[in-house]
Structure formats: C-alpha cells, structure tokens
Ligand binder design. Structure first.
Ligand code: GCU
Length: 665
C-alpha cells in the first residue's frame, strides 16, 4: 500500500507550507549566541520544523565578536538579509544562521527550513539573500464588524471583540506564516476605512496585535479614512491645507505611536468609489498625502497612497483615470510617501496589461498592489495559481529608461534610485481552518510573499517549493501540483475573457459571466462598456482612433500597441476594436480564435481534474477530496462562462460555432 509522506498526513491545511516535523530530532543541537525574542523564535522554529541536521546549528547576529573572524557579509545583507552556511565557530563545525539583525537571523532560519524541506543537502548549504523590496505588506480588507471585503475564506482573523485582552494563538501562527516568507507589514483594516479604527479603543486593539507581530519582524499599519478629523475630531473640514486638520492628524499620529512605537503608517484610499479625500477640497492627492506624511515623519512612518482612483468624472476611458490624475504630481510627494498602483489600470482582472503609471513617475516611489484574494478569478473555489499573473506584470517592460526598464525595477526602486520601495498584496486570509479557503489558494499567499522578497524569482520554482513543503517531498506529487498550477491562471483567462477581454462578470458579486449587462447607472459599471461588441466587431479601441490610452505608455510601448499586428494577442481586444473576421497571426479568424480559447479554458480545467486524480494515492484524503470537489465546481462553471459568453457573442454576430467546438450549438 502506498504510504503518505509524514508531512502530508500531519497537515490538515492549518499548518500551511510549514507542517511541523512529526518527529523532530530530540537531540537536534540548536544554539544561539546572545538572547532576544526574535532569536528565540528562530531557534524554536528550527526545533519545530527540522527533523534532522547534519551539524549543530548556531544562530547569531553578525555583531557577535565570536563571528568576527568569519568576515561575514555586512552591508550587502542590509537590515533584513541573511547568510546561512557552514562555519567553524569556537572550534566547532556548525551551520551558522546569521544576519545584521535578529530579524535577518529569523529569515535565515526560515530559509534553512525551506532548503531542508525542498531537498537541499544541508552539509554543503550556502545561502545568502537580502530582500529587494523594503515594504512587503499584506493589505487586509477586514472590516471592524468581522466581515472581509472580497474575502472568501471566512470571517476576519482579527477578533476585535476579544482584543486587546485576548490574543488568540492564531495571531502567532499567522505571524509565523508571514515571517516565513519575509512579509514585514500588515495593514489591519479595509481600505474602505471606518473612522473608528483610529479611536483609542481600536488603537489599543491594534497595539495588542502589533505586540504579537513585533518579534516576527512585522509592523502594523492602518487604513485611514481621510475625513476622520470631521467624524472623530469634530472639525468642520478635512481640508489638508487647514492647519487645524494637520494638527489633528499630528496629534493622532503621536497618540498611535505612544501605543505602537514601531507603527508602520497609513494606507489611504482617497476620492475613489465614494471615499473622502483631498479632491473634495480642490486639493491634489499630493497635498493630501503630504499632510499625513508630515504627521508620521517624526516617528519614521510612511504613507501608502493609492492611485486607484475611480470617480464618476471619467469622460471616455476608465483605464486612463489614475495616470491622468497622478502623472502630473510626480515629484510633488513627500519622501515618506509611496504611491500604490494596482498591477493594471482597471481592477485586478484575470489579465490586464501593466499599469501605465509604472515608469511614468520617476521622482516618486511607486509600489505595486496585487490582489491575492481572487475577486475576479473564481473566489476560493476555482484553482488559479497567481504566480504567473504576478510575474507577468513584474517582468513587463515599461521602456521608461530604455529596454529592460521592467516593472520589477520600478517597484524595487533600482530604476530611479529610491530607497523606499514596496509591494502590497490584498490578503486572501480568513478564519477558515485552512486560512485561504482552499489548499491551492495558500500558494497565492506564498507566491506573493516570495515575490515581494525577490520579484525576479520564477513562478514555477515558487510553485515547486510551495508544493514540496505543503505536500511533502514526493517529487511525483510536486510534479503534478506544479503542472496544474502553471496552467491554471491561463485557464481562467481563457474561460472568462480571452484575447484581452475583461470586466465581463456579473454585477456586484463579480462571480460568473455577465457580458450582456448594459443598464447599470454608470457606464463603466457595465460589461458592454469594456467589450464594445456589436454585429461587426469586438474590443475597446484604445489607440488614437479611440480613447488613446496607449499614449500613456512610453513611446516604444505605445508604438507597439498602436498596431494590432504588433500587440500581443493576449491583450489584443484590450487595445483594439476588430471585426469578427479579423485574421489572426495563425490565419484563423478572430471569432474562431476566440471560441478556441473558451474551449481551451474548459479543457484545461478537465486536464487539471485528470492530473489531480493521479495525485489521489499521494495526498491525504481530506485535502484530495476538497480539491477534487472544487475542480468539479470549476469545470461546471468554466462551461457556464464559455457557453453563456459564446451565446451572447453569437446573438450579436450571428456567426455559427466553428466545427469541432465543444460548446453546445
Ligand atoms: C475593487 C473591489 C472593491 C474594492 C476596490 C479597491 O473595486 O471590488 O471591493 O474596494 O477594488 O481596490 O478599493
């Protein structure tokens, strides 16, 4: 009979990619030089997770005189980097885990665990790494009533009712998972913020969480509602240039820092989807951000100011709004402000071209916002590994400073020499036993953290290391999981919106197809606004003959996008309106290609089902069954997306289905 790996049996989903070793070697020799809360945690993690080690393990910061002779890298590691290697210390051969700070040592300990779990030979271990991005933060869209906006994994982890007195041990388990990836910040509350989060009661609750997270290297941030001086302070205005308003925020920041000395700062959604902001007073986003930045500055805090502005004023193309509003403000932001830009210009669609603001504001640190929770990719039920989506934007070339000016280089600060840099992921975490609603959704949390540490990592390598740690080292299982994961996101693109189509989903809930919807109050709420299909063709013309959104890109990129022949086919209908019989590069018509993509999407899900069937003997029954059931749901719903979408397109173009299509005629 096939035996399951120890790791697979022990893990019911709660332990994520960090199942404790079932039989940790009792005599594992793990020592620290010096003491400290974080150092102790690092040692504890190794005791918990390592079953064996070929040598004693020694944890110490580089500052220890005992290590002076080793000439360990110093500056290259920065505040959070680590080195893990064999060394002889006081005459003893050890595996040394070191860094400039205890946090660096903790990250080194997790790197050692990761290496051991993915089959590295620890006798020759030699790791050195420092994060490329400074602020690596999860944005929780968690409301104070315990609900989570766009959350599909149960209620909020934060039990505001019990806090600050009761600190659920689960907060520590959450911190462990974050720290294992190098995530060093948590925004606790929804960007659609209630003013209450800034009241003394809630500051005390946030402080309790900060106390739990601190030794794990994690800072707490809060989403701030711009109008809080009115709602909480009784002022008549929230005008950022009003001295009383600035004074209110300064006092509020001082109050927060008394409770949370290492508070990270504020995340702000202003003048977007009804949120208050500086534009209400005819002030710019920079004036609003800088006023908050001034309040945080003496304490070392930052402002993450979102560029996701989505107001009714949009004249012809919603995709142009953020650039139109923010590009002129380049150079006007205070030096502790990051402008936080979503990966694409609309809203976390299964595929979007990279946002034109990347590379367009060289004098401003721009941070990337990704959505880990799959609002538009089938919530928790559909399997869609987002590593390829995240990497696609990171690898995109903005040409801002010539070839090679990738989004990764913009957001890690190297392109324009910014020390401040950041990456945010909208969390997919809730109180579900398995945290993320499904086993494979855990991989998206994992991939976000790993890419925030190093945006150049390959999504496939990340998938493999996640699978090995999550399911155990059996390469057969890892092979199957990686194969499924690497095709999964493209499958969702294919059955929901191929060839650059987007925003075709049902209203409000964003689950399931609705390309026919056309009667919502605002034009850009309607899917018909995005696909513009009629009897003669389909697609959004964003060239000069249309909205000219392509002019927001650098000239090299814009030139390529101006012509459908040089536009990537995956983005074709995002930028061009084309006749149904447009000849694709393959020679087939646009219509036939479109149908083929929808069919391919459904077929890919069927392929994932067959692959997962092969994994059955290798995985614990609980996780196997849940994934199998979810794949069956996904297959049914992929067909629903395809059939409903094709039926609608056919009602416009009156074309027959091409021979061989699997869709019902
Ligand atoms: C999307 C999402 C909203 C969210 C918004 C944002 O539009 O549907 O729930 O508030 O993004 O990013 O602010």
């Amino acid at each position: 009979m096939m035996t399951l790996s120890e790791a697979a049996r022990a893990n019911d989903g709660y332990e994520l990619w960090l199942p404790p070793a079932n039989d940790p070697a009792a005599n594992l020799d793990i020592a620290t030089l010096g003491t400290g809360a974080t150092l102790d945690i690092a040692a504890g993690e190794l005791h918990r997770d390592l079953a064996t080690a070929p040598l004693p393990i020694l944890l110490a910061t580089n500052l220890r005189p005992e290590l002076a002779a080793l000439k360990l890298p110093g500056a290259a590691l920065g505040r959070e980097g680590y080195v893990v290697r064999r060394a002889t210390v006081a005459g003893r051969a050890v595996i040394l885990v070191s860094g400039n700070t205890e946090t660096g040592v903790l990250y080194g300990a997790f790197a050692l665990i990761r290496a051991a779990r993915t089959g590295a030979d620890l006798t020759t271990i030699a790791l050195q790494s420092a994060p490329k991005v400074a602020v690596r933060v999860l944005d929780h869209w968690d409301n104070l009533d315990g609900s989570v906006e766009r959350g599909y994994a149960g209620a909020s982890l934060w039990n505001w009712w019990e806090l600050p007195d009761y600190k659920d041990p689960r907060y520590t388990d959450y911190a462990r998972a974050d720290a294992s990836l190098g995530i060093n910040g948590v925004v606790l509350n929804n960007v659609n913020a209630k003013p209450d989060s800034l009241t003394p009661r809630y500051i005390a609750k946030a402080a309790a969480l900060a106390d739990v997270f601190r030794p794990w290297g994690i800072k707490v941030y809060l989403s701030a509602r711009f109008s809080a001086p009115i709602e909480l302070g009784g002022l008549k205005t929230a005008d950022p240039l009003d001295p009383a308003v600035a004074a209110w925020w300064k006092a509020k920041a001082d109050e927060i820092y008394r409770a949370i000395p290492d508070f990270g700062g504020f995340l702000v959604k202003a003048n977007s989807e009804g949120q208050p902001g500086p534009r209400d007073y005819h002030r710019s986003h920079a004036e609003g951000a800088n006023m908050l930045a001034a309040a945080l500055k003496p304490h070392g805090g930052i402002v993450m100011w979102r560029a996701f502005v989505y107001a009714e004023s949009d004249p012809d193309d919603r995709a142009k709004q953020a650039y139109t509003e923010f590009h002129p403000l380049d150079g006007k932001f205070a030096d502790n402000v990051l402008v936080q830009v979503k990966n694409g210009a609309i809203d976390f669609q299964p595929r979007e071209p990279f946002h034109p603001l990347f590379g367009a504001m060289p004098r401003t640190p721009i941070m990337l916002e990704l959505q880990i929770t799959k609002e538009y990719l089938g919530f928790a039920t559909h399997l869609a590994y987002l590593g390829p989506l995240f990497s696609e934007v990171l690898e995109a070339d903005t040409y801002a400073r010539g070839k090679g000016s990738t989004v990764a280089k913009v957001i890690d600060g190297t392109l324009d020499h910014h020390a401040l840099s950041g990456m945010a992921g909208v969390a997919n975490i809730g109180r579900d036993r398995d945290w993320s609603g499904s086993t494979f959704n855990q991989a998206n949390w994992y991939a976000f953290g790993r890419l925030a540490w190093d945006p150049d990592l390959s999504p496939e390598a990340i998938a493999r290391e996640w699978a090995q740690q999550t399911f155990g080292p059996d390469p057969r299982l890892a092979d199957i999981a990686v194969k499924m994961m690497m095709q999964s996101r493209e499958a969702v693109v294919d059955y929901t919106g191929p060839l650059g189509l987007a925003h075709l989903m049902g209203t409000g809930h964003h689950y399931g197809p609705g390309p026919w919807i056309k009667d919502l109050a605002r034009p850009e709420w309607n899917p018909v606004y995005y696909h513009r299909a009629d009897a003669s063709g389909i697609g959004f013309d964003r060239t000069r003959t249309g909205s000219n959104a392509i002019a927001q890109y650098s000239p090299e990129v814009a030139r390529r996008l101006a012509d459908p022949r040089t536009t990537p086919e995956s983005e074709l209908l995002w930028f061009h309106h084309l006749p149904w019989d447009w000849k694709m590069n393959s020679g087939e018509t646009l219509w036939h290609a479109l149908v083929a993509h929808y069919d391919q999407g459904v077929a890919s899900v069927a392929a994932m089902q067959a692959e997962w069937d092969e994994a059955r003997p290798l995985v614990d029954p609980e996780r196997w069954q849940k994934t199998a059931t979810f794949l069956a749901i996904q297959h049914r719903e992929a067909q629903w997306w395809r059939d409903a979408s094709l039926a609608y397109w056919m009602s416009l173009n009156h074309l027959p289905l091409p021979a061989g299509s699997a869709a019902p005629a």
